[in-house]
Design a protein around this ligand. Structure first.
Ligand SMILES: [Fe+2]
Length: 188
């Protein structure tokens, strides 16, 4: 793959991860604002949002675990923070796996999403207040890590490649698209 303009323009590898955090936070907010109804429409919308949350979290966790955490572990003063972060990812993945088997009409569905939101928000707060600042002050090769991160992101989510500003197009195609990946079973 040719070097992309993106990796030249954005050499802080933590920026894209923080953007992921913000995207997921907004989705959790959207979910929390949804009301139940009898028409089944809200259930479909809930599935769609939870599917997006879980896909984003799975991708994000994989990028951190494969690329960023090993780099951080090698350079920061408190590498045990990375072990803790990995344990938090594992706990979040268990909640995601539970959600995959649940229906929105399940009485535990909303509370499980809320639990996931709480656990992710605590994890994100630790990353953004402690771990990423240590990384930013470390001797890490930011350009190399950013390039690896960008390339892997496109590999895992090819839609990222040309979806810069097509939010409208993306959301209209998303609703008609068959669910794929980790959350496929949720909508099945
Ligand atoms: Fe993260």
């Amino acid at each position: 793959m040719a070097p992309s303009a993106l990796s030249e323009a954005m050499t802080d590898p933590f920026e894209s991860l923080e953007q992921d955090h913000q995207d997921v936070d907004e989705l959790f907010d959207q979910f929390a604002q949804m009301e139940d109804d009898e028409e089944g429409e809200v259930d479909a919308a809930k599935i769609e949002i939870v599917e997006m949350i879980c896909q984003k979290l799975n991708l994000h966790a994989q990028l951190e675990e494969e690329i960023v955490y090993p780099e951080l572990q090698a350079v920061i003063d408190q590498p045990e923070l990375i072990d803790e972060a990995e344990a938090e990812h594992a706990a979040a993945k268990e909640l995601i796996a539970q959600l995959e088997t649940m229906d929105p009409s399940d009485p535990e569905f909303d509370s499980t999403v809320e639990l996931l939101a709480q656990s992710i928000r605590a994890h994100v707060a630790k990353e953004e207040s402690e771990i990423f600042p240590m990384g930013r002050e470390s001797s890490m090769d930011f350009s190399r890590v950013s390039a690896s991160l960008d390339a892997r992101r496109i590999e895992l989510d090819p839609e990222m490649d040309d979806s810069d500003d097509d939010d409208e197009e993306e959301s209209s195609s998303r609703s008609g698209r068959a669910p794929s990946g980790a959350m496929g079973r949720l909508a099945g």
